[in-house]
Design a protein around this ligand. Structure first.
Ligand code: MIC
Ligand code: SF4
Length: 754
């Protein structure tokens, strides 16, 4: 039986009339994305057609999910909102704070001791405010959501960029910063610019070595890390319906890596099967009644060019496996070309680690297919030539794969099974020897491969592939190995080939679990005490940011001109810093320490203009703050790519940065900046980036006239006294300017004015 089935029934009840109405208003057949969005308007019934990529629209999401690393800040903010209960079903998942080192049992026990203060805090806040709590060990947020909460046609938001994973079950699921989640949890509307639509038509059928992961790796190669910005990607066609529901989840998951707002698939038999096997036949029955509303209109899929802003067609039958990387998830190389590319680029061929699992790829299908390869190691007298690890996505999957013998198979070949948690995917991997910073290669089935992401070593080259390919490569231990064509030498000196992977979409004997790790909240949480110790190193109650003084900002200093890729991992690193996610002052000491200073190509080494001395970015920011001088950050394209972590916006806000001026932003980060009362601006003329000098002082000469649609003028005064007036665009609407004026969006909620 599903959670919140009444809410789901309500969504379907409204859907038929609202979608019919929307079709009439828009005046043409609708995509699935439009159906879901028009059925979730804050105003209820649709009354106008929205312009894609232009109109800001208020939506009413059905649910919210938060993970431990972002939930701390989200809930600390929610506690200021003055509510007694969350307004929509909400869950918290403990997954990011569990470090992978030894094995599941040891690591989980250690995490519970190390982070008990945070887990207790999250558990008690959840209990108090009516939030479902998934304990450490229960699994990774997106896998748990897919198994329990996602439903076709729903709209949800989550404080994690890979919330989009739920698109695999036909949802519109969107990653947001904590402040957005607080709006919805407080019963307010959630605002999003009506997205553009990218249609991906999948023809043919997957077979052999090719997996759903390869589809998104290929799409990432086509669209690049910013190609999906502002757009929702809708997949359709025979290739889509012939794929498993969890495979669709993988594709949607990595939609975050192309910057897409989210991705989704129309309801089909694979989703019906998945719902039933995860004990939600009630949802499947309801969904089947409104099935045609849960997918795009037939006219749309017959002539996609007329309905989508961009259409990509991929024939699955002609695909080959991909490996993407290093350092960026869009550097896509088909496996047949890997050898050539690796040699050309001098990538170390020896693979040190193969890591499978994570929120992206730990379905029963993934694990069973990977296990079919591991089994061949024994059967064909081979051995693993790399270290090999598995991080299951949930206790449901872990328990089931253990029952079905796969964990034994992995153990037999010497693999390590880590806890059901993020672990190595987010730098929570205590990898032996990483501190030596040796240049080395790893392959994994996760989604991101930015510098330092897995093990903190900037010289680890990480390549992303399907679990099947990662397993084959771990067996070979060689990046240039192509399992489709190459042989391996076994113990008897014979040449053998790996057979194609095989597996089951769903467990033939059904899923099973003893304790899934869920804790329901109290009916009446008013008596629950939430305690935050004033001396805590991990948690700190928030003080409101101060309101704008109504004056032009004058005499601000350039803090850093960041060069090249500047992801949220560069702005607010995860790994060892995850422990400070609930303590704004402490975590601010990681602000921009990974960003490369354009003037000296070094990380965390910027000039303090007051002393002329070079120092760490947070130290220089604190020096300006102490002298009551505002500061400005300048950046390149797709600034803030990656995570939803609002720390990347709150830290600069806390340390006195007033504006971030870049060539372009990643969507979630831009919103996070706005929510925290910062100025997120883009160069009207990109090449003006080159005019910015190390000793610049910045005057915002027309900030007092800040209004929607009107660029701001920033006067950059150089050291020699010369000046450049730089025009900065912005996307603030009236309400968002209100957040800037109030000091943050939360200040408005707290004042009851939102
Ligand atoms: C990630 O994959 O980068 C994370 C860690 O899950 C983040 C969330 C976070 O930083 O806490 C995300 O994707 O939003
Ligand atoms: Fe966790 Fe990695 Fe998934 Fe982010 S991408 S939720 S860190 S497993």
């Amino acid at each position: 039986m599903a959670f919140d089935i009444d809410m789901i029934k309500k969504v379907y009840e409204n859907m038929t009339t609202r979608v019919d109405q929307a079709r009439e208003i828009v005046g043409r057949p609708l995509t699935l994305t439009e159906k879901i969005l028009y059925n979730h308007l804050w105003e209820g019934k649709p009354s106008q057609a929205f312009s894609r990529g232009k109109d800001y629209v208020d939506f009413a999401p059905d649910r919210v999910a938060c993970q431990d690393a972002t939930a701390q800040m989200a809930l600390l903010q929610f506690m200021h909102a003055g509510k007694t209960k969350v307004a929509v079903p909400t869950t918290v998942h403990c997954d990011h704070l569990i470090q992978a080192k030894v094995d599941a049992v040891t690591d989980l026990a250690r995490a519970k001791t190390q982070s008990n203060e945070v887990f207790d805090f999250l558990s008690s806040v959840s209990d108090k405010y009516g939030i479902g709590f998934w304990k450490p060990g229960a699994g990774i947020i997106h896998q748990v959501v897919l198994e329990n909460y996602a439903f076709p046609g729903g709209l949800m938001i989550g404080t994690d960029s890979h919330t989009v994973n739920a698109g695999g079950l036909g949802m519109i699921a969107i990653g947001v910063g904590g402040a957005d989640a607080v709006d919805v949890m407080s019963g307010m509307a959630w605002e999003l610019k009506f997205p553009k639509l990218i249609g991906v038509k999948l023809t043919g059928k997957l077979s052999g070595w090719v997996a759903p992961k390869d589809v998104i790796l290929k799409v990432a190669g086509i669209l690049t890390v910013k190609g999906g910005t502002g757009a929702i990607v809708e997949y359709f066609g025979e290739g889509a319906t012939s794929m498993s529901c969890t495979g669709k989840g993988t594709i949607c998951n990595m939609g975050a890596e192309i910057g897409a707002t989210t991705s989704t698939f129309g309801y089909d038999a694979s989703m019906d099967r998945y719902l039933r096997s995860t004990d939600r036949a009630d949802i499947a029955d309801e969904a089947n009644k409104v099935a045609k509303y849960l997918t795009g209109d037939p006219e749309v899929y017959a002539n996609p060019e007329q309905y989508f802003d961009e259409v990509i067609e991929i024939n699955l039958s002609e695909m080959e496996p991909y490996l993407n990387g290093p350092y960026t998830p869009d550097l896509a190389t088909p496996i047949s070309k890997m050898k050539e590319e690796a040699v050309k680029n001098d990538w170390p061929l020896k693979i040190q680690y193969g890591l499978i699992g994570s929120c992206t790829n730990s379905s029963y299908e993934d694990i069973s297919r990977a296990a079919s390869l591991a089994k061949q190691v024994v059967d064909k007298k081979l051995k693993l030539n790399s270290n090999f690890t598995i991080t299951p996505g949930s206790e449901l999957v872990r328990y089931t794969i253990e029952r079905d013998g796969f964990i034994d198979t992995f153990n037999q070949v010497g693999a390590t099974v880590f806890a059901n948690a993020c672990g190595p995917c987010i730098g929570m991997w205590d990898r032996e020897g990483a501190e030596k910073e040796e240049r080395n290669t790893i392959v994994h089935s996760f989604n991101r491969n930015f510098s330092k992401r897995a093990d903190g070593n900037p010289n680890t080259l990480a390549f992303v592939g399907s679990p099947e390919l990662v397993t084959a490569l771990a067996i070979a231990g060689d990046l240039s190995f192509n399992p489709l064509t190459d042989t391996l030498i076994n113990e008897d000196g014979e040449e053998v080939m790996l057979d194609e992977p095989t597996g089951n979409e769903l467990p033939p004997r059904g899923f099973a679990v003893e304790d899934a790790g869920f804790q329901a909240p109290s009916e009446d949480g008013s008596g629950v005490q939430v305690v935050v110790s004033p001396t805590s190193e991990r948690l700190q109650l928030l003080a409101p940011f101060s309101a704008w003084d109504g004056k032009n900002i004058m005499g601000a200093k350039l803090l850093i001109k960041a060069f090249g890729k500047c992801t949220t991992d560069h702005i607010s690193m995860a790994g060892p810093w995850l422990r400070f996610r609930g303590h704004l002052d402490a975590i601010s000491n990681n602000m921009l320490i990974g960003a490369i200073n354009a003037f000296n190509q070094k990380a965390n080494f910027v000039k303090n203009q007051l002393t002329g001395v070079y120092d760490a970015v947070p130290a220089v920011a604190r020096a300006y703050k102490a002298a009551s001088i505002a500061s400005v950050v300048v950046g390149d394209h797709n600034y803030g790519e990656g995570s939803s972590r609002e720390h990347a916006a709150m830290e600069p806000r806390f340390l006195g940065v007033k504006a971030v001026l870049v060539k372009s932003f990643a969507r979630i980060h831009e919103t996070n900046l706005k929510k925290q009362g910062m100025l997120g601006l883009t160069f009207a003329t990109e090449s003006d980036y080159d005019k910015i000098q190390e000793n610049d002082t910045i005057n915002f000469v027309d900030l007092i006239d800040f209004e929607p649609g009107k660029p701001l003028t920033l006067e950059f005064v150089h050291e020699d006294g010369s000046k450049d007036n730089i025009l900065a665009n912005h996307t603030y609407n009236e309400g968002q300017i209100g957040w800037f004026v109030a000091g943050s969006a939360l200040n408005l909620i707290a004042a009851g004015k939102a």
